[in-house]
Design a protein around this ligand. Structure first.
Ligand code: UT7
Length: 319
């Protein structure tokens, strides 16, 4: 099994730190120093499913005969905490569009969303990998698509400066060789009050976070998860070509780099331009690293994420 191709959708509208200075009591200096973020993107028209479809179309534009791939695809998982509907799932909405557009006779069948907040993409790959392993089909589509701009309280300076919208996609391909070397997936449901989005009637529907407490647990969880996947695969930090991390805070990544003894230069970072795009951040970053020729076939790459739940996970693979 390997990653066949990647794609991304990045909204056009840029929201800079200077724009945010006009709506909350914050400063470009504070945001840059405390998070590494300079600007983020906001989607004004497309839904989460439409962004997911755009990212998939971008991935399909890089392969020969996309219709043949779609006819031989087991399913679609969309990792998202910001779906358009509770149901149908975002994945079913994407599949419906694909059937129409490509006139599919054998469309992807196993279509569902995964809600694991910022770790959603890692959870989705883990599920897709295991489902595809036991199937006759050859491909699986995994998408992270997020529109956090709709669950952000734009009056709360402690959260509104962090997040942005985007979607990223990968297509897994089953073959003779398995490039996925090890997985580490975890969760701990005891920390609800530190990071959550209510969907009960008597509460507002915005994201709430005790940032500094999440910060400390994120560093511990990411570091230990990275060391676990390396150990499981009998690999060392120096074997890694690139870490593609969830982009939550540059200071988190610096401290994780120190703890794991993986040089920070090996962490692919685009947080300054996109902020935290939750489940979309890893596939978007991976797509960008590939487009910039930083990752080549057979390079060892490590994906790692931490988020609400709490959830976390890492994957070590040969690209
Ligand atoms: O994506 C998945 C999970 N999420 C994360 O991993 C995020 C983890 N947390 C973080 O990245 C950081 O905790 C934040 C960036 C959210 C906050 O940074 P911090 O260094 O932990 O700041 P803090 O919450 O400890 O606040 C420090 C000060 C406070 O003022 P006082 O009480 O010291 O006077 C805040 O009120 O900074 C103030 N502050 C701000 N000042 C200017 C908080 N937000 C802002 C702001 N602009 N936007």
């Amino acid at each position: 099994m390997k990653i066949l191709t990647c794609g991304a959708y990045i909204p056009n509208k840029v929201l800079t730190n200077l724009d945010l200075e006009k709506i909350v009591d914050t400063s470009d200096k504070w945001i840059k120093e405390r998070t590494g973020i300079e600007e983020r993107r906001i989607e004004e028209e497309k839904s989460t499913a439409s962004m997911a479809l755009e990212a998939l179309e971008n991935a399909l534009s890089k392969v020969d005969n996309p219709k043949n791939i779609l006819e031989n695809t087991l399913g679609i998982i969309v990792a998202t905490s910001t779906p358009d509907y509770l149901f149908p799932s975002t994945a079913c909405l994407v599949q419906g569009k694909l059937i129409e557009k490509y006139n599919l006779k054998n469309p992807p069948q196993v279509c569902f969303d995964i809600l694991a907040a910022c770790s959603g993409f890692i959870y989705a790959i883990y599920n897709a990998y295991n489902l595809l392993k036991h199937s006759e089909k050859k491909y699986f589509i995994v998408i992270g698509s997020e529109k956090y701009s709709k669950i952000i309280n734009w009056k709360d300076r402690t959260t509104c400066i962090l997040f942005g919208d985007a979607a990223g996609c990968t297509i897994l391909e089953k073959g003779d060789q398995d490039n996925f070397l090890s997985f580490d997936i975890g969760s701990d449901g005891r920390y609800k009050n530190l990071l959550y989005v209510p969907c009960v009637d008597d509460q507002d529907k915005y994201l709430k976070m005790k940032g500094n407490e999440v910060f400390k647990i994120a560093i511990r969880s990411l570091s230990s998860s990275i060391l676990k996947v390396l150990k499981k695969a009998n690999k060392k930090p120096e074997d890694i070509s690139y870490v593609i991390p969830h982009q939550a805070n540059i200071r988190i990544l610096k401290l994780v780099a120190e703890r794991t003894k993986i040089p920070l230069e090996k962490f692919f970072i685009n947080i300054e331009r996109l902020g935290n795009t939750s489940a979309a951040s890893i596939p978007v970053a991976m797509n960008e690293a590939i487009e910039k020729n930083l990752i080549k076939r057979d390079d060892l790459i490590l994906l790692t994420a931490f988020g609400g739940g709490f959830t976390w996970g890492s994957i070590l693979l040969k690209f």
